[in-house]
Design a protein around this ligand. Sequence first.
Ligand code: NAD
Ligand code: 89V
Length: 343
Amino acid sequence: MSDLKGALIGCGFFAVNQMHGWQDARGADIVAICDRDPGRLKAVGDAFGIARRYASADDLFADGGFDFVDIATTVPSHRPLVELAARNRIPVICQKPFAASMADAKAMVAACDAAGVPLMIHENFRWQTPIQAARAVIDRGDIGTPFWGRVSFRSGFDVFSGQPYLAKGKRFIIEDLGIHSLDIARFLFGDATAITARTSRVNPAIAGEDVATMLLAHADGMTSIVDCSYATKLPVEPFPETLLEVDGTLGTLRLGKDYRLTVHGPSGTTVSDVPPTLLPWASRPWHNIQESVAAIQQHWVNALSSNRPPDTSGHDNLKTFALVEAAYASAERGQTVELQEFL
Ligand code: NAD
Ligand code: 89V
């Protein structure tokens, strides 16, 4: 079978990782790119040798000649671009966060369903090697049935220099980073039914919240805590590591700093290193995220080629995005919010 042809819209900060990921992917090639900023279009086009370049997504779709589109723009353009792809019956990947509102996200899913095209949200953190390693331990039953968990991301890393828009939004850490942690909680512990959240802003130079603590009730009775902070000054900066604690009926799992996994169960205690691979184009400390970009893109190629829905389909990611919306509602109201209100 010949390789799938892809087009990428949005040639900004993060799209460079996606372009590297597509170069690594088996079974897909990017044949066209689009950005309304001529400087970004030239930089990415020249770096990756892409001749077909467009300033407008309408023109890109009018010319066609690709089997899927990868949307790497920021959130305001997600709904119009996904709907444009659906109108052109082109399978589509859209970066997180899904949309500006739950109503927009649902409309995007409905548009793709009506057009009969797959939609995948680029929710890559669950594809990180250490997160996959933790999931394998749980699936093997090494710690029995999990009854409590924690997904923790605490950092003082300056994300604003690479992504200045993150300092300007009314919403910050839950929408941008917590969304990954909430998805990891769903991936490891199952869907949630209710959330209680508290947020605060420590950094006076930004508009949104930079600290969030969330308590999740999961469908199977399990409880988890998802906490994230960009205001945490540690002796050794852990960005962008997600740490895990899981207590099960037979033992415990701890994913600690430097990708160290400790599993304690009936047969004893094992400590192993589960670091991400440093891909040739990757750079520390981003390599954990960069590897997961390559992994989710390969997953998309495999799913599309075999007519299977991707794991983080639009339908699946509505449940992660509902957690984001419910967390903000909970923090604002000062009370627990049932997920049902948003789904
Ligand atoms: P960015 O602002 O650096 O890049 C976005 C690019 O899209 C810009 O070059 C802009 O000109 C272009 N663009 C915007 N609207 C367009 C349109 N309608 N048509 C054509 N071009 C358009 O942003 P970024 O930091 O690269 O973030 C992009 C997305 O990636 C965001 O949604 C962000 O949350 C997400 N992101 C994800 C991860 C991850 O690990 N999954 C990491 C970082 C960023
Ligand atoms: O993954 C992300 O979405 C990024 C970062 C890790 C910097 O928060 O925005």
